[in-house]
Ligand binder design. Structure first.
Ligand code: ADP
Ligand code: ADP
Length: 228
């Protein structure tokens, strides 16, 4: 469902962040993206929701070549992809409920159905009782759970996470990973860039290692492979 063919990305400053990238990811896979800082991990995952355009090569998502889709089709592409960031990116003036409902595609839904969808995902991340809270009234782990609820409320086929546990303590990180596994078990593909050796070596999944802009390792049930 995700196919990168000979992808290269050179930014406008002349930095080549990725080159010679050939990767296939099937629906339902769980993939860690590992490698040193500056290796190209963020660029790799940002290609998939067209936050970054390749300089050459193709990125094909569910049969759509992202180079060929029109500007006006990008919202549709992105609706099928939930994104989770290291720093949560919640809207501070909105409540938990509003942060999630704001992301919901509501074209045809009745108010009742909207409420049910939002409360269902808040239930999944165990935050139903904090629906009226504002982000600054929550712990880091709770804020990350809100951002996961926001990412999955449209029932995406793909969830992308860029170091989602980077700002969290180990216990909280494991809670977040449990939710990711639950989302994946429901059929959503998960692609997660991470620096957590513990997580990668404990919850064994496919590991794609990137160094100097190239894939240097791609293993099922792989190891983290770096010291920290
Ligand atoms: P694109 O080719 O996708 O349009 P650009 O090279 O124009 O990408 O960069 C996109 C944005 O990222 C710009 O606003 C730029 O200021 C910013 N940016 C530039 N250098 C870096 C960097 N080293 N890390 C992160 N962002 C950067
Ligand atoms: P990682 O996520 O592994 O730390 P990145 O994909 O963020 O790696 O960065 C790969 C390389 O591309 C780095 O040299 C970085 O400075 C550069 N880079 C990232 N984003 C931009 C940008 N928008 N504009 C210019 N250079 C960038």
């Amino acid at each position: 469902m995700i196919e990168l063919r000979d992808v290269r990305k050179t930014y406008h400053n002349g930095v080549t962040a990725l080159q010679g990238i050939d990767v296939n990811i099937q629906q339902g896979e769980f993939v860690y993206v590992v490698g040193p800082s500056g290796a190209g991990k963020s660029t790799f995952i940002r290609l998939m929701y067209r936050e970054v355009k390749p300089s050459s090569g193709d990125v094909v998502i569910n049969g759509h070549n992202l180079a060929e889709i029109k500007e006006k089709e990008i919202p549709h592409l992105r609706r099928g992809i939930g994104v989770v960031y290291q720093d949560f990116k919640l809207l501070p003036s909105l409540t938990v409920y509003e942060n999630v409902s704001f992301a919901l595609e509501v074209i045809e839904d009745s108010p009742k159905k909207i409420r049910r969808k939002v409360m269902d995902v808040l239930d999944l991340v165990n935050l139903k009782n904090k629906a009226r809270f504002k982000p600054d009234e929550l712990s880091g782990g709770e804020q990350q759970r809100v951002s996961i609820a926001r990412a999955i409320v449209n029932n995406p086929h793909l969830m992308i996470a860029d170091e989602p546990t980077g700002n969290l303590d180990p216990d909280t990180s494991w809670e977040i990973m449990k939710i990711f596994e639950e989302v994946n078990a429901r059929g959503t593909t998960v692609i997660m860039a991470t620096h957590s050796k513990d997580i990668v070596n404990t919850l064994k999944k496919r590991v794609i290692a990137i160094e100097h802009g190239r894939v240097v390792r791609d293993e099922q049930r792989g190891d983290y492979g770096y010291e920290s």
